[in-house]
Design a protein around this ligand. Structure first.
Ligand code: G6P
Length: 630
């Protein structure tokens, strides 16, 4: 969703900010804007609805040559995606729009903006937009005027300077969530950032700082990063950075290494991020396993669970929660953990779990599964479980993200930045981490040493299996050409392949806008079979697994109704080869790895169909990479 970028240093701010915003495009947005200080010391703002390319065109002559600036990509919540509602918003000034003192970019939602707005209108402020964010700009101006009216302050501490005090006072009046970056007309060497519930990071350079809502704009510019925490306010000058608690004293910021190169956030030779990320999966599943396999004890190793062995041994139930693709990975994990660890697992949509009041006993362990670590519903579900005193762990990709920080412990995917909105490599890495958890809990309980070793040997084949699976690309592209005009697809599979059917259908609808439904293959008789006709393809996951014969029967039921069948099969399966209209052959693998290997052709099918239909694969309409609102 919304993205924030800021720069203060010695280079041209506009270019830095624009490049940063381009790297945040993947989060999803519908308008954008930038503000810098011009030569006369006035705030120069340009903003526009639509893609960043429009902003670039609007600013064709370039903004003033300033070395301080802020920018934003907005995903509309309060007010339509118009030029006027785009950020930055200006605070202060008079009715004719002149003389503004402050420019603000904001991520998050201000719940009490109406009452603040009413009060500010009485004070004479004139609002130009329908957003909740504009109140912050005027509120800071109002607080600043009051502070200045109270007379000069005697302080050497920049965190007490009037502009900073104004931001601290303003944010203490806000209810809701914010990641804020503030530029002052009268302070050419100052940016103020503040955070509550909406992430902000600061890249530390030599006499320059990069501020952003996630780490990707920093890549290639610095390898030192500060993750701002809730209630912290950062005071950023070219040669000095201070962090202070909103209502209390100084905080020594922890500067951490940033392991992200410019290549990681670029497309390389690929036409889309999604295709690049699909092709990275042999390496990303390897990264998920790296250092986590203990051959001597035939188990998995996790450094960050932060729970005692006694606690882990006494776990008698696991709850897995997440949204979207992460929820599908959780379903795969349910099959794995129940089969190999004999532990009962429940999978809950985070958006449901947060408001439900399920009975959860002391032996329950919650895992929040999330690529971004910022999904609002997943975060709320985690907080609710924590509040009730249950241990919470995160399976997360984004290092330093809110959920990674707030969970009691967790496991990082180490898949690198995932930029394509449709999740691909995060899904397979989540499944791999869940497979290792199944091994880990299995070995704490009933699984023998020998079974553990067999399981590990299977897991270690995964990168090669994925490399092999990627070879189906040409076959899948041919199928995409033949079925690109279908209006509805069914995705069907059983057992481990049921969650994959859901994920395959989600991929297709997300990026090609074709209606698609995933179902357990046998369950389709109870409804979806009514959709079957010669124009409605069914994608069957039908490897040579424990339910192979049963799924063949389901396939014949579709064929009897003249439905075209695209079958994802184990190499050399002539029987299904003769029944199905299209066949995608994959290397044979143990049942529990099939949803990981067979994810590859489903991702490729969605990708090629979307490309053939001319869809914007990496930035599908209405979707956001990181959904930070409820
Ligand atoms: C959005 C994304 C999906 C993602 C879901 C959960 O809807 O478009 O790709 O699966 O959020 O995101 P998370 O970051 O929590 O895994």
């Amino acid at each position: 969703m919304c993205g924030i970028v800021g720069y203060i240093g010695f280079r041209r701010a506009f270019e830095r900010v624009l490049e940063g915003l381009q790297r945040l495009e993947y989060r999803g947005y519908d308008s954008s804007g930038v503000a810098v200080l011009d030569h006369e010391g006035q705030l120069a703002v340009q903003k526009t609805a639509g893609r960043l390319a429009r902003l670039e065109a609007v600013v064709a002559d370039g903004l003033p040559d300033s070395s301080i600036g802020i920018g934003h990509t907005r995903w509309a919540t309060h007010g339509a995606p118009t030029d006027g509602n785009a950020h930055p918003h200006l605070g202060g000034g008079c009715a004719n729009g002149q003389g503004h003192s402050v420019a603000v970019v904001h991520n998050g939602v201000i719940e009490n903006y109406r009452s603040i707005k009413a009060r500010l209108e009485v004070e004479g402020y004139v609002f130009q937009s329908e957003t909740d964010s504009e109140v912050i700009a005027h509120l800071i101006d109002s607080c600043l005027k009051q502070i200045l009216a109270a007379g000069p302050r005697v302080t050497d501490d920049i965190t007490d300077a009037p502009c900073v005090a104004a931001v601290r006072e303003a944010v203490s009046q806000l209810r809701g969530t914010y990641g804020l970056l503030v530029l002052f007309r009268d302070e050419p060497d100052l940016l103020v950032a503040a955070r509550l519930g909406s992430p902000l990071v600061i890249g530390v350079g030599e006499d320059e700082y990069f501020i952003a809502s996630d780490a990707s704009p920093l890549a290639g510019h610095t390898n030192r990063i500060i993750y701002l925490a809730d209630h912290e306010v950062a005071v950023i000058k070219r040669e000095q950075l201070r962090v202070v608690h909103r209502d209390a004293g100084r905080i020594e910021p922890a500067v951490q290494p940033l392991d992200m190169a410019a290549n990681d956030v670029g497309m390389g030779d690929y036409p889309h991020f999604m295709l690049k990320e699909i092709h990275e999966q042999a390496e990303t599943v390897r990264a998920a396993m790296r250092g986590r396999i203990d051959h001597d004890n035939a188990t998995a190793l996790f450094g960050g669970l932060n729970l005692t062995p006694a606690h882990l041994q006494n776990i008698n139930r696991v709850v897995l929660t997440g949204c979207g693709t992460s929820w599908h990975a959780a379903l795969v994990g349910e099959y794995m953990i129940e089969e190999f660890a004999r532990l009962p697992v429940e999978v809950e949509y985070a958006s449901e779990l947060r408001y439900r009041n399920p009975p959860i006993d002391k032996g329950t362990l919650l895992f929040a599964i999330t690529q971004s670590g910022e999904t609002a519903d997943t975060l709320a579900a985690l907080r609710e479980m924590k509040r009730k005193g249950h241990p919470t762990l995160a399976i997360c990709n984004a290092i330093g993200s809110t959920i990674a920080n707030e969970a009691d412990g967790g496991i990082y995917l180490h898949a690198g930045p995932e930029i394509g909105v449709a999740s691909t490599k995060a899904f397979t890495s989540q499944c791999v981490v869940l497979a290792m958890l199944a091994l880990y809990f299995g070995r704490l309980r009933h699984m023998s040493f020998e079974q553990g070793l067999t399981y590990i040997r299977a897991l270690e084949q995964l990168p090669d299996l994925i490399t092999e699976a990627l070879k189906v690309d040409t076959v899948v592209r041919g199928i995409a050409e033949r079925y690109r005009n279908a209006n509805t697809f069914l995705y069907l599979g059983r057992q481990y392949n049921f969650p994959l059917a859901l994920e395959g259908a989600l991929k297709l609808k997300e990026i090609s806008y074709i209606h698609a439904e995933g179902y357990p293959a046998a369950e389709m008789k109870h409804g979806p079979i009514a959709l079957v006709d010669p124009l409605t393809p069914s994608v069957f996951m039908i490897p040579k697994d424990a339910v192979y014969e049963k799924v063949v029967l389901n396939l014949e039921e579709i064929k009897a109704r003249k439905g075209p069948v695209i079958a994802v099969v184990s190499q050399g399966d002539d029987r299904v080869g003769q029944l199905a209209d299209e066949v995608i052959e994959l290397p044979a693998c143990p049942d529990f790895l099939n949803p990981i290997v067979a994810a590859i052709p489903l991702q490729l099918l969605a990708y090629h169909i979307a490309c053939l239909r001319g869809c914007d694969v990496d930035k599908p309409r209405n979707l956001a990479k990181s959904v930070t609102v409820e």
